[in-house]
Design a binder for this molecule. Structure first.
Ligand code: ATP
Length: 899
């Protein structure tokens, strides 16, 4: 069957609901069958936008040969062939090929890691298939699927609405219109432009409010978004600031190298050295000294870091975020679910009966009335359960063997509470059919539903106590409805506050019966009572907050909950002290009206309660204005601006809406605060590791430059040959650098202050260290040659080849051992350092030693590298001097002369 099968209705907004369902051969009640969906998937393909920037492995390979580095080597090879140095020429070509293969493998791996990470962030979609509503990967959506969406969901395909409850969507991504569009299900004219097709939902937009069902009409590249994407192929991902820093560093090094090379070349010629050999030496040195591999090794370190975080339930979406994480110095975190377990359980119920206040303790299904151990029939108690069941969008199914739940944990908690009463939630839900809903939002902090039973209407509402009270005009006391006087209001509020102080999350319940259906029904309600919920802190958070403290990271709780509840939890977690003041959302002025005192108070307070999403945005602005790097958590649609503005927007994987996950830089699969701390730690480790291998590579390269420059300028009897330089680089540049890139966290990494935004990879201190390390390596290497000459071969006169070999091997082994100098932790024993404990470093060291020895034992290699056999005494000198360079560098580090 052809794809046209799904395109019978070319303008789905212009036909009515039943026609579109018929045309797509689907039903509103059952959706497609699984088999039919599979068949359609095989025709329509996956519901994906092809970004068009995928680089094929062949292109990656070809790119390896397009670089100044290869050009230089090609010139060197050309020269060798020209002067009939066949072996040299072939060897240089081999170097080009080996380098290209290594570069290809690294870049290919980096691409694959990025692809794997992309897959982790695919959005799920809820569809009706075989009559059941379930979640599938949005990539598997096909035309004819019945899609369910609600506030906070990304729309994942183009779809025609078939039912809607106050559904609004933000289409700015497609139309540029920033205000949400109200949606409806009626038929429109064929000619209506895209921005006005209010019975359609488009891929790439998101639902801000309400919910509804829609039938999928187009998927993947056939959607409007796909068409746009086809026209404007997505921009290439730009380099991260860290990658840019590395590119700049590489460029600067290029100039330094060129300067030094000119000096070496001139000195060589002046000293009467062979022109061609000097030219080849210079080229080999240029190739050795230019750290052309740095950018890709750092990208790889970042990508591996991201994969490592993914294994710990943290999805970091952009490479650049890894780096920002290392510098984060304030975390603004939600309370519910992030600091607490989000296993919300009703613990306390309170209502009024004939003038007296009835308090009920609840623990699971054990219900204990404080003053009466019977379960009498209380009207308010009955209403409260009815509201809990009706004003609820969660589901909870329970049978003898299993319990299935989905939706907001607070609402699941309510359903569980109702389950323990004689009338079960579904009995209420069947008796009172829902006809309208005011969805919960963290702005209003209330939710209400309108129901129909026989000829009557019933409003069920719940929400934050003070917010719901402002919608109430009366209160139920026994069977009487009495006016909600100021005095009664105050008593309810202060009682709720008292329980909030003990850490309970408080929720009020209200209702109204009516005989007509109203559009706007959230008013003149009758309060029936309050429920207190227990949501204990996560056990691991206290330690994580402590860790943040010692790492110089400020933690701020920003919650929509009651100030007293927030403070209690904050104190349990060691986030706040009794004396700390909680900033209440009501008292928070807009940012541009803040006085310096207000700002000071905001900067100091550890807890903000009853906060709305706009306040979150203002807090980010304030922290950033004070040069802080802010990590901000969020889960709702309205949190999106704050998540975008924060340096690191952190969305919750379980609780968070798809929109929050879409705009965030990082998604916590397990919603846990400790994962944020783990990610910050990883960010620091990665930055540290990049520094490690940059310092390692630069000091190795510089030592080669220094040795050759010294030999040239002082016109010594020995020199390194071009191919030897290339060989040393093949041995020491790749494996140790990669191994350093995956070093685990050093012991004290979370006891340091965060990196400041402009921290250089190589600052003055580190440049000094690089010069010191390479000077030591150069001196000991030349020292090895002189010692061997003085002690063993003085009578024979200068043996250029032997001296060269001593130079070659001592330099290789000194560089291999130099990797152990790359721990920068103060006061940590050598054998306890993170580098010493990194098994990959040991594999790299062993690998390098084997390759180095191959050059001695494999005859053709020995010939190319001009190595001759020599005795154990010379070998001992090589080994002793290689270790000597390590020992001297370690001594310098211990004496704190260098880092
Ligand atoms: P956090 O911002 O830390 O996640 P929170 O979950 O308490 O805190 P909100 O979800 O904005 O913040 O809730 C604020 C208040 O709204 C709660 O204290 C509660 O009283 C009320 N509330 C929460 N969920 C619902 C709901 N589903 N229906 C009605 N009211 C709710």
């Amino acid at each position: 069957m052809l794809l046209q099968e799904f395109n019978k209705v070319s303008k789905p907004w212009s036909v009515d609901r039943s026609t579109i369902l018929d045309e797509l051969d689907t039903t509103q009640e059952a959706g497609l069958t699984a088999a039919e969906a599979e068949r359609r998937l095989s025709i329509a393909g996956y519901n994906r936008i092809e970004s068009g920037k995928k680089v094929s492995p062949l292109m990656i390979l070809v790119n390896q040969f397009i670089s100044p580095f290869v050009l230089l080597l090609a010139i060197a090879a050309g020269l060798s062939f020209f002067f009939q140095e066949w072996l040299d020429g072939i060897a240089i070509i081999a170097v080009i090929v080996i380098n290209a293969v290594i570069g290809f493998l690294m870049e290919f791996q980096a691409e694959r890691s990025m692809e794997a990470l992309k897959k982790l962030t695919t959005v799920p979609a809820r569809v009706l298939r075989d009559g059941t509503l379930g979640a599938i990967s949005s990539e598997e959506l096909v035309p004819g699927d019945i899609l369910f969406v609600e506030g906070g969901d990304m729309v994942t395909a183009d779809a025609r609405l078939i039912s809607s409850a106050q559904l609004q969507s933000d289409e700015s991504a497609l139309t540029g219109e920033s205000l949400p569009v109200e949606k409806q299900t009626g038929q429109l004219l064929e000619t209506v432009p895209l921005a006005e097709r209010d019975n359609m939902l488009y891929k790439g937009t998101f639902v801000t409010k309400g919910n509804g069902f829609a039938v999928v009409v187009r998927t993947g590249m056939a959607t409007e978004l796909g068409t746009v994407a086809r026209m404007v192929q997505q921009a290439q991902q730009s380099a991260t600031p860290l990658e840019k820093k590395i590119q700049k560093l590489s460029k600067n090094l290029l100039w330094i190298t060129v300067g030094l090379l000119v000096a070496i070349f001139t000195a060589g010629i002046l000293n009467g050295k062979d022109f061609v050999q000097m030219l080849e030496t210079s080229i080999a040195l240029a190739v050795a000294a230019i750290p052309e591999g740095l950018p890709i090794v750092s990208t790889l370190a970042l990508a591996f870091g991201m994969l490592r975080m993914a294994r710990h339930q943290v999805i970091v979406k952009k490479l650049s975020s890894v780096e920002t994480l290392g510098g984060t110095n304030v975390i603004c975190t939600d309370k519910t679910g992030t600091l607490t377990q989000n296993k919300i359980e009703a613990a306390y119920i309170e209502f009024k009966e004939g003038g007296s206040r009835i308090e009920v303790d609840v623990a699971g299904c054990v219900i204990r009335f404080k003053d009466n151990d019977q379960l009498p029939h209380y009207p308010a108690y009955g209403h409260l359960h009815r509201i809990a069941a009706l004003c609820n969008t969660a589901t909870y199914q329970y049978d003898a063997t299993s319990a299935k739940e989905s939706g907001d944990p607070l609402e699941v908690g309510l359903l569980k509470m109702v389950y323990c009463s004689p009338v079960k939630p579904d009995e209420y839900q069947r008796a009172f059919s829902k006809i309208n809903e005011v969805p919960f939002s963290s702005d209003t902090k209330v939710m209400a539903t309108l129901h129909h039973k026989d000829s009557d209407y019933y409003v069920a509402a719940k929400g934050a106590v003070e917010e719901l009270l402002s919608c109430c005009s009366s209160v139920l006391e026994g069977s009487d409805v009495v006016a909600l006087t100021e005095e009664r209001k105050t008593t309810w509020l202060s009682n709720a506050e008292k329980h909030a102080q003990s850490g309970l999350r408080m929720l009020a319940f209200a209702f109204r019966s009516a005989d007509t259906e109203e559009e706007d029904f959230l008013h003149h309600l009758t309060l029936v009572g309050v429920v207190g919920f227990l949501d204990p802190p996560r056990p691991e958070v206290r330690a994580a907050i402590q860790e943040c403290r010692s790492a110089g990271i400020k933690v701020v709780m920003i919650t929509g909950d009651h100030p007293a509840t927030a403070k209690n939890i904050a104190m349990q977690l060691g986030l706040a002290e009794e004396s700390d003041e909680v900033v209440h959302g009501n008292s928070m002025k807009p940012y541009d009206q803040l006085t310096p005192e207000d700002k000071q108070k905001w900067l100091q307070s550890p807890v903000f309660a009853r906060v709305s999403p706009e306040h979150k945005l203002d807090l980010v602005t304030l922290f950033q204005a004070n040069k802080m790097v802010v990590g901000m958590t969020g889960d709702g649609v309205n949190d999106a601006p704050a998540l975008k503005k924060a340096d690191i927007g952190i969305a919750m994987g379980q609780r968070g809406t798809q929109v929050a996950q879409e705009v965030a830089d990082m998604v916590l699969k397990d919603d846990a605060f400790s994962s944020i701390v783990l990610a910050i730690k990883q960010g620091r480790v990665i930055f540290d590791n990049i520094r490690k291998f940059v310092i390692y590579l630069l000091s190795c390269n510089l030592s080669e430059l220094l040795i050759i420059a010294t030999a040239s300028i002082l016109n010594l009897h020995f020199q390194l040959f071009p191919l030897q330089i290339l060989f040393i680089n093949l041995v020491t540049d790749v494996l140790p650098a990669l191994a350093l890139g995956v070093t685990e966290a050093p012991a004290h990494i979370m006891q340091r202050k965060p990196y400041s935004a402009g921290t250089l990879i190589i600052d003055k201190k580190r440049w000094t260290a690089i010069f010191a390390y390479s000077t030591v390596i150069s001196i000991t290497t030349i020292g090895a040659v002189l010692t061997s000459h003085e002690w063993l071969h003085k009578q024979e006169g200068w043996n250029g080849e032997l001296c060269n070999n001593m130079l070659f091997y001592t330099l290789i082994f000194s560089q291999i051992l130099h990797v152990f100098n790359m721990s920068f932790e103060k006061g940590v024993a050598f054998y306890k350092s993170e580098v010493f404990r990194n098994r990959y470093v040991w594999y790299a060291v062993l690998g390098c030693i084997v390759i180095a020895l191959l050059s001695y034992f494999v005859v053709p290699l020995r010939k190319v590298l001009e190595v001759s056999i020599y005795g154990w005494q010379d070998w001992s000198i090589v080994i002793v001097f290689s270790f000597l360079s390590l020992i001297i560098n370690q001594a310098l580090k211990r004496s704190r002369w260098i880092i």
